[in-house]
Design a protein around this ligand. Structure first.
Ligand code: F6R
Length: 612
């Protein structure tokens, strides 16, 4: 949440900062701001709303020559936590002297007590933010050494932060610090950058250093000095980014979401690459770092995550039970962290996260570790906090997901969970023959997804018929139940249509009271073992005048019952969750497009939820 970018070098800083903010806008877009530094001191610009508003302001206020002259700056795009999205609350925030400024991602939990103490010392706060408590505290400690002032201020701070700090008295450095919110330093030729996300650096450098919690660094055009909280120098390795600039651009698509939906044959192929052993009917997941004996000894798996990642976990639960015969459960990460989970060393916790930064999932991992349980990560972003905290697991290799609504991460997560189920299954009851069948099906996934993508135009027409309705229901059974939940989540977050996902059998236990003539009910009707039951549930809705949109396996449509049909390719029920999810992503996308919504940046949302 919130995006940070900083630059120090010899090139004009403004376009680099603005370019970075645009890349980071998906992390928060309530307001944006930047501070530029030269020998005359700090100059700031802030605007409410998207980065484009800030650009307009800069254009009006700074001459081109002036833009050229600034070679140092920090910038921020905000997702409001403390204080409304106003210009005053936008970052950067200043100290009392207005010579030091800070951009911050995270939450300063004890900001009220810091604020009260500083008010007693005569500080008059400009904003309602927690960040201003920190910027003023740094100013209080400043005696000519910015790094030291930041160290001392952070010793008094509780909470999470990724920060970049400038001082007008020390124009040759940016001080950065991280605890709980990501920060990555990019190293160029005679220049250095810092960002909350590597995607903002990729056009400038591929050489990066990921900061760890507790790190405090000083960057200059040609040096990086990182120290721990006790002020001891530490070495952090330089990583090469496995990203190219094209991966974070729209590539001709109208929205990132559509691009990411269409990338799924490739992103799932990447998730599967080198991991399927077709002849053995097994999977190769070296990152799990487990011997067959260790795999066989697991009593139970617990899948934790939030939102879309939680839904992927729910599909995993069915796969682990069905394929591997292993007891499995799913827990919302925020719940897991605060209850007293009954887990022991025979259990395996799998933490699922696209961003690898979700605060609740990170806390759930720490809780599981405290209890002595083995924890694996199922993560997209390499170098993220969850990837590092778990230390082992499987990357889904979906590439950067820019649209706030998660799409290719979901299908990558489910694909890898199927591979894990295969591996666990082969370590216990799953025969080689059945393993080979499943492995072959999983291997077909890119083509199965393509089958659905080819119906894009037809799905757009279905969306036209449902776009006028302000309510929708998604129903499914077995592994299609979490897909129904995911379909409803996608629709509500990007189109603001009130959508509910239900187990198909649950509808008549209450929610059916909400059905009125014409309400769209999306029926996931491909589950062969309970297909008749699902159709009965659809009949119940039809009898109340619902508009039935059936997502059915090729050749299994019930034309008398359905108003619209989306066809899935022939495959088993677990594998079918992926093409079905893709169909519902397209449906949500087109409804949102027709309703004129801000698809990539829906209101009130941000991409990675680094606060509780
Ligand atoms: C929905 C969505 C969110 C995330 C959730 C967890 O489209 O993106 O529900 O899935 O915030 O995020 P990660 O997977 O990054 O832990």
């Amino acid at each position: 949440m919130c995006g940070i970018i900083g630059y120090i070098g010899t090139r004009p800083a403004t376009p680099i900062l603005i370019g970075g903010l645009k890349r980071l806008e998906y992390r928060g877009y309530d307001s944006a701001g930047l501070a530029l530094l030269d020998k005359n001191g700090l100059t700031t610009f802030k605007a409410v709303g998207k980065v484009a508003r800030l650009v307009d302001k800069l254009r009006g206020d700074l001459s081109p020559e002036k833009h050229e002259s600034y070679t140092v700056g920090i910038a921020h795009t905000r997702w409001a936590t403390h204080g409304a999205p106003t210009e005053i609350n936008a970052h950067p925030h200043f100290d009392k002297s207005r010579k030091i400024c800070v951009v911050h991602n995270g939450i300063i939990e004890n900001y009220r007590s810091i604020r009260e103490k500083l008010q007693k010392l005569g500080h008059k706060f400009d904003s309602d933010t927690d960040t201003e408590a920190l910027s003023r505290l740094i100013g209080v400690h400043y005696k000519g050494d910015l790094r030291l002032a930041v160290v001392q201020a952070l010793q008094q701070v509780e909470g999470a932060y990724g920060i970049a700090v400038l001082s007008a008295d020390e124009p040759n450095k940016i001080v950065v610090a991280r605890k709980g919110s990501p920060l990555v330093i990019g190293m160029g030729d005679g220049e250095c950058l810092v960002a909350s996300d590597a995607s903002a650096l990729v056009s400038h450098t591929q050489r990066v250093i990921y900061l760890d919690d507790g790190d405090i660094g000083v960057i200059t055009p040609d040096s990086v000095d990182i120290r721990n909280q006790d002020d001891e120098p530490i070495t952090r390795g330089i990583s090469e980014l496995d990203l190219d600039a094209g991966a974070v651009e729209k590539g001709g698509f109208e929205h990132f979401m559509l691009k990411e939906i269409f990338e799924q044959p490739e992103s799932v192929r990447n998730a599967l690459r080198g991991r399927i052993d077709l002849s053995e009917g097994n999977s190769v997941l070296a990152g799990m770092q487990m011997s067959p004996k260790e795999l066989a000894e697991i009593h139970r798996t617990i899948l934790v995550g939030c939102g879309t990642s939680l839904h992927a976990g729910m599909v995993g639960e069915y796969a682990f039970e069905d394929v591997a015969g292993i007891s499995s459960e799913v827990q919302q990460a925020a719940e897991f962290r605060y209850r007293n989970p009954i887990v022991d060393h025979h259990d395996m916790v799998i933490a699922i996260s696209q961003s690898g930064e979700t605060a609740d999932t990170l806390a759930a991992i720490r809780k599981a570790k405290e209890k002595g349980t083995m924890v694996l990560g199922l993560v997209n972003v390499v170098g993220s906090a969850i990837a590092r905290e778990t230390g082992r697991g499987v990357f889904i290799h979906a590439g950067p997901e820019i649209s706030v609504a998660s799409t290719k991460a979901f299908t990558g997560q489910v694909a890898v969970l199927l591979l894990m189920a295969l591996k666990l299954g082969r370590s216990r009851r799953l025969s080689q023959e059945h393993g080979v069948d499943l492995a072959q099906e999983i291997n077909q996934l890119p083509e199965l997804i393509d089958f659905v993508l080819k119906q894009n135009d037809a799905i757009a027409k279905v969306a036209e018929r449902m776009a006028k309705s302000d309510h929708a229901f998604f129903i499914g059974r077995g592994p299609m139940h979490p897909v129904a939940l995911e379909g409803a989540l996608k629709l509500k977050e990007i189109s603001y249509v009130h959508a509910e996902g239900y187990h198909a059998a649950e509808l008549k236990h209450g929610p059916i009271a909400l059905l009125t003539p014409g309400t769209p009910v999306i029926v996931l009707a491909n589950q062969t073992s309970v297909l008749d039951k699902v159709w009965s549930n659809a009949e119940e809705c039809k009898a109340r005048g619902a508009h039935i949109i059936a997502v059915v396996t090729e050749g299994h449509a019930k034309t008398d019952l359905t108003d619209d049909i989306i066809v899935l390719p022939k495959c088993g029920p677990l594998v079918a969750t992926i093409p079905a999810a893709v169909a519902l992503q397209l449906l949500a996308y087109h409804v949102a497009r027709i309703r004129g919504c801000s698809i990539d940046q829906p209101r009130n949302l941000a991409k990675s939820v680094t606060v509780e």
